[in-house]
Design a protein around this ligand. Structure first.
Ligand code: C2E
Ligand code: MN
Length: 406
């Protein structure tokens, strides 16, 4: 199938036009063999390239392009299918925007096109050309430094409890993972993640539990989370716990139980945030918002977890506004390389900024993900890059240290 891919990237060092031409000539030979055609625009700083051809060949060449050390911040803007090639002339043409007048550069590019329909129909690919040539999206390019410009070195050893606190006979335990503000070097909150008594995952703990047994286990487990947090001396730290929305709706006196356990662990309600998963919230929103009122009345804050992972997305915020949202890992992974993810994350941030909802990013593993998100305005992060969850303990945190000038 004829596949179209468009990307944008940043040149590493300015190099002479001659070298650029050589580079294109070498690429041309390779692309020609793979039946990949297209056009390459250059504005002195950024490349913008459209590749068209058989899917496998396009992907292979694109992988090669991504690995090329002469450019960085390669962002995939479009990957789609088309009936005809737009730029079907053999090889890959280089179009240096600096050689043309601004007014007619777009028309000149389109003149290179080979699709007879190009000007008749609304074509996303050609709209990307216009946006690049007119530089209307430039403030969203977020040029991030190289990943090796920061080092992430864990500070200290963290703390671990040998056993559950005395008097707690539980069928579950918890791991704790910090949510951090890396530039301020502050822990924003500690999230309690449920585990089996021997440390197996949340999924293992919940497997086999259904309906009331599930909600009951979910609610009762919070006793262990609060006691462990108390024992770990979280002091004035904010503590995040997860609950199924239906646990709050279906378990009688759930809020009273939580409040009693918070107090018995030496904590206060104002330091607790309860996280609910987005797609479970939406299915019974009215029941849920009623139950949340009681939490709020008691001083407990609410976060929506896995935001963007369910089907509700931003429309949920029209009906319910939490104190925080946590952007789902699906949107965070490789965000620095993906135009669509960047657009969605930017929209979430913009919307939450208007609503004064704090945004955090979950599952951050790569320095580039973190750097891109910081540039986009996120300052709270959770992920292995900074600290993995520690079973019955609080892990050491790897704060970023700048190695080279940006
Ligand atoms: P969550 O609330 O989004 O918790 C974060 C999950 O992401 C945790 O998985 C954590 O181990 C994982 N994680 C953290 N950093 C990274 C990273 O950099 N990369 C990757 N790949 N993963 C990372 P975990 O502990 O397996 O928990 C899975 C989910 O189970 C949680 O997702 C939460 O929705 C649910 N859960 C955990 N504890 C409870 C609980 O007490 N009650 C309820 N109802 N659900 C819980
Ligand atoms: Mn969570």
């Amino acid at each position: 199938m004829l596949t179209t891919l468009i990307y944008r990237s940043h040149i590493c060092e300015p190099f002479p036009t001659e070298a650029l031409k050589e580079m294109v000539a070498a690429a041309n030979a390779k692309n020609g063999q793979a039946a990949v055609t297209g056009i390459l625009l250059f504005n002195g700083i950024h490349f913008f390239q459209l590749l068209e051809g058989p899917q496998e060949s396009v992907f292979e060449i694109y992988n090669h392009i991504c690995a090329d050390k002469r450019h960085y911040n390669v962002v995939e803007l479009l990957c789609d299918f088309a009936p005809n090639r737009r730029f079907g002339k053999a090889g890959m043409e280089l179009f240096d925007l600096r050689d043309y007048e601004k007014e007619d550069v777009l028309q000149r590019i389109l003149n290179q096109g080979t699709s007879k329909y190009q000007l008749l129909y609304d074509d996303r690919a050609l709209h990307f050309f216009r946006t690049f040539v007119e530089a209307t999206e430039k403030e969203n390019y977020f040029e991030i430094p190289r990943p090796d410009s920061w080092a992430f070195i864990p500070e200290g050893d963290g703390v671990t409890l040998e056993a559950l606190p005395a008097g707690i006979a539980a069928n579950c335990s918890f791991a704790f993972q910090p949510i951090v503000d890396p530039l301020a070097q502050e822990i924003v909150s500690l999230e309690a993640l449920i585990r089996t008594p021997c440390g197996d995952t949340a999924q293992v703990f919940f497997s086999g539990l259904e309906d009331d047994a599930l909600y009951e286990a979910d609610l009762r487990s919070k006793q262990v989370a609060f006691r462990l947090a108390g024992e770990l001396n979280v002091a004035a730290q904010t503590l995040s716990v997860n609950l199924l929305p239906m646990t709050l709706v279906r378990m009688p006196n759930a809020v009273d139980f939580l409040l009693a356990e918070i107090a018995a662990s030496g904590l206060i309600p104002e330091q607790v945030i309860v996280e609910f998963t987005e797609n479970e919230v939406i299915s019974r929103l009215d029941d849920f918002t009623n139950a949340v009122r009681q939490l709020k009345a008691a001083g407990i804050r609410v976060a929506i977890d896995h935001f963007g992972g369910g089907f509700a997305g931003l429309s949920l915020l029209a009906r319910f506004q939490p104190e925080r949202i946590k952007i789902n890992r699906e949107l965070i992974r490789d965000v620095h390389k993906s135009g669509p993810r960047q657009a969605i994350v930017r929209a979430i941030i913009q919307c939450c900024t208007s609503l004064e909802i704090r945004v955090s990013a979950v599952g951050v593993e790569q320095p580039e993900e973190w750097m891109w998100l910081e540039s986009a305005g996120v300052s709270h992060f959770q992920g292995h890059l900074f600290a993995a969850p520690a079973f019955q303990g609080i892990p050491a945190i790897a704060w970023p240290e700048m190695l080279t000038e940006m």
